[in-house]
Design a protein around this ligand. Sequence first.
Ligand code: ADP
Length: 619
Amino acid sequence: MNHIKVDIKILIYYNLIGKQVIPIKQKTKKRFSLFEYVTFSIQNCCGWTLVYMLLQIVFAIFPTLMISISAMFINAFINVYSGIDSIEVLVRYGSLLLLFVLISYLLPTCVSFAGIRLNADLGTAFDLLLATKRSRIPYALIENSETYELLERVCADSSGRMYTGIRNLFRAAEYIIRFAGITITLFVYDVTVGLLTGVLLVLIVPVCIKGGKEDYQAYEKASEQFRRARYLRTVLSGRDSAAERTLFGYSSWMNQKWEAWYGEGRILASVATKQNFIRIKIGSMISVLVSGGIMLLMLPGVSNGTITVGLYISIITAVIGLVQLMTWNIAGVVEDLVVSQQYSKDFISFMALEEEAPASDPGDRIPVRSIEFRNVSFSYPNCDTKVLDHVSFLLETGKTYALVGENGSGKSTVVKLMLGLFKDYDGEILLNGTELRQLSPGQLQGIYACSFQDFARYELSVRDNIAIGAGIQMDQVPDAAVREAIDKVGLTDYISAMPNGMETKLGRLEDEGTDLSGGQWQRIAIARALIKDAAVYIMDEPTAALDPMSEKDIYDFIRQAMGGKLGVLITHRLGGAARTDEIIVLKQGKVWERGTFQSLMGRNGAFAHLYNIQRSWYQ
Ligand code: ADP
């Protein structure tokens, strides 16, 4: 149930920020057009987008203006030297040139500053959009490895994606404007030279686009290896595995594995980089040749006076600057554009994933009388094995049930189906006689309160850790209700003795955070379920981390709290199962036995066998 944890965290994040994001319109097409980046940016961060756009346009036009200004200055200098013009003319053009040089130094800083601001605002808006979408994706899609990988690809390092898309668009526009400026200036004086400059662009851009696509494919393969290596790094350095890492001493073995996976990824990435480097080198050689050609072609114009010396020098300077930019930068920009486009393909698929309605409103709650499994069979998506095989049983309100069985017998799967997390089953699951699939996710959420075996440990306050389960906005949960839940799980004395009582932060995220023992965390997780005014309580191994004394107490607390409701307990501790009204024994995906504790013991079947084995441990 790990993925549920992640999603709940995202939901909290979204609730805490509570900001509205204007979404990107749902698309039926495969890619995200470059202009949609701008639309999203304008809709969510209008001011900084406009400032950034304006500065980028000025920045792009500047080099063309510089050609004319520096040409005028050089010509004035030659004329003053030859005695044709007065020194005032030189001072005038010199001042103008100085002003332009000053502005051209300041402009990149202004563009960067606007870019940083835009990136920060856009990152937040985009992350919120992704978090909202992610929180609405049905559980079954998250358990599916294909969609989960898509989700990871889209959501990992997502903050800068929108800004990168926009920056690349403007950088591409900048080069086009600079290029057009030089070409037009050249056309005015010499059509052939203008045409040749055009050829330069036609030659380089397709090479860059092809390179970018190949790069992305190689990057995709490499990123799969990097993803595996990242997982190992978490195991090697994470807090959760610290004790086992020390005890089992597996670090060196895992380091080798990490090195192998990381190395494979690096080889794939470096092959792509090498190919790309060769392409850039060939591209740069072609452009150096073409710009050399342009210089030669312009020479006759200079000697017969159609092109002034000033213009020649300025254009040559601009062409060399642009060629350098194109061979190194433009290749990168076009590649980034292609990567953005490929990302947008994933993004469109991600946004098109099926959604579930967000959490129920309290008015949605329906009273539960019974839950019935009628001939339910189920296989996980993309798996042929039948995990549940014609399972039938009836659960009635006012009673508690224990679901027992060996590992892999299908207990958690029964719970997942009961919660409506998977809809693709054969047979019927009836809630008050109505097929579960007809209920909205909101209605289903309103019905259940669950405590999972691998419960989440939120690095929040004790209060929030419990209030989060209430099924309403956390800040609307009364303190008294939280206290009552704490009391039910027997933590009142312990929490009162904490430095800030219920407001004490748990975990190590904050300096003053307090960590709890496994058993205390488990009690918090149970309190989180008990605080909800639900019709059905599901407790998956609620006492796995508790000592036998606490275990007995907790079962009593749970039974009391569930009083009058429907309770389902999944447990390996058969002593706990004995305290329920009815026991359902699952084996190989089938209901093997069911009945009261006494009847099952009298039957001397699978349950009695397991129970006697457990009892013998204590004798
Ligand atoms: P239990 O809770 O009784 O230990 P589960 O319901 O978790 O058993 O698992 C029943 C069977 O379903 C096991 O064989 C397990 O390997 C398989 N299974 C569980 N989750 C998945 C999944 N997401 N995809 C494929 N098979 C799964």
